[in-house]
Design a protein around this ligand. Structure first.
Ligand code: ADE
Ligand code: ZN
Length: 326
């Protein structure tokens, strides 16, 4: 219908996308074959059937297992190109993608292999598709801060090609404060800062990420609704929230999308955006996430215009470039 077409045609930016989470089962099998890796599944259908998650951890266990097929620069390039082509079809003009170097270096893949593969894809997407792309390097919060520091040191030769650092993986029990020193150092190096906060963790995780890590953008942030003062502060400071509706549903963060907090946060004046998180695992790319809010929460064309504007306003593009998109 008309709203679906309107959503499809809206120019948008995607600000919350884990490149490893865009690994479709078909490509997973292709790379497994290419690299002679044995998968614990006989075929694509049984992989898809295993994508039923009761919480974040159940997803993460299967997500890290999926990364085992990624070995060479070519693999990382193919992975990222598949996402760029797909996002381009959804009229994504700008994308800020997360990558998890520790999930690769921990299994013996050199940091440079990951970077060179991703950078080759970024160059290709910019040239072939006219997209702009920025890279955000995430630290795995279930690992210690020393491992994050080691990762930041490995990134040193590439810092001019990395826009920012983020914080992802198992939230509860791994508060932002655990990473205060490494985030301070990343800031000193001129990097932007983001963190997953308030996805499964309560609002105190968001408050810590703002107060202790000094983040520039909140990933997820759903549970900010639990702290009215924090909500007012987020609205006043126009800090962006990168919300991922289908992810929230699949990870039982918001089991029924009719109860999703996004419409409420939008009405409260927060700079909310819609993103796909790990589209290969959660059953939809960015437009599917917009559509879910239309279908289950009754959002209208004007709401999506505002949300798409927010995606550029909340991006790390230079102000002049943002202005050109609005
Ligand atoms: N890694 C990939 N997707 C994630 C999510 N939604 N939350 C935390 N860590 C992640
Ligand atoms: Zn995420």
């Amino acid at each position: 219908n008309n709203l679906i077409k309107f959503i499809a045609a809206l120019p948008k930016a995607e600000l919350h996308l884990h490149i490893e989470g865009s690994l479709e089962p078909e490509l997973m099998f292709e790379l497994a074959k290419r690299n002679k890796v044995t998968l614990p599944f006989p075929d694509v259908e049984s992989v898809k059937a295993a994508y039923n998650f009761n919480n974040l951890q159940e997803f993460l266990d299967i997500y890290y297992q999926g990364t085992n097929v990624l070995k060479t620069e070519e693999d990382f390039c193919d992975l990222a190109m598949a996402y760029f082509y797909r996002a381009h079809r959804d009229n994504v003009l700008h994308s800020e993608i997360f990558f998890d170097p520790q999930s690769h270096t921990e299994r013996g893949i050199p940091f440079n292999v990951v970077m060179n593969g991703l950078l080759a894809a970024v160059t290709k997407a910019e040239a072939e598709l006219g997209m702009s792309v920025q890279l955000i390097m995430c630290f795995l919060r279930h690992l210690d801060e020393e491992s994050a520091f080691a990762t930041l040191r490995m990134a040193e030769p590439f810092l001019d090609k990395i826009t920012g650092v983020g914080l992802d993986s198992s939230e509860v029990g791994n508060p932002p404060s655990k990473f205060r020193h490494v985030f301070a150092e990343a800031r000193q190096k001129g990097l932007k800062l983001v963190a997953h906060a308030g996805e499964e963790g309560d609002a105190s995780y968001i408050k810590e990420a703002l107060d202790i890590l000094n983040i520039d953008r909140i990933d997820h942030g759903n549970r900010i609704t639990e702290d009215r003062l924090l909500m007012t502060r987020a609205a006043r400071s126009a800090i962006a929230l990168t919300i991922c509706p289908l992810s929230n549903q699949k990870l039982q963060v918001v089991p029924d999308l009719r109860n999703h907090p996004l419409p409420y946060l939008l009405r409260q004046g927060l700079r909310v955006t819609i993103n796909s998180d790990d589209p290969a695992y959660f059953g939809g790319y960015v437009n599917d996430n917009y559509k879910a809010l239309a279908e289950y929460c009754g959002l209208k064309a004007a709401d999506f215009v505002e949300i798409a504007r927010n995606s550029f306003l909340g991006s790390f593009l230079p102000d002049q470039t943002v202005a050109a998109y609005l």
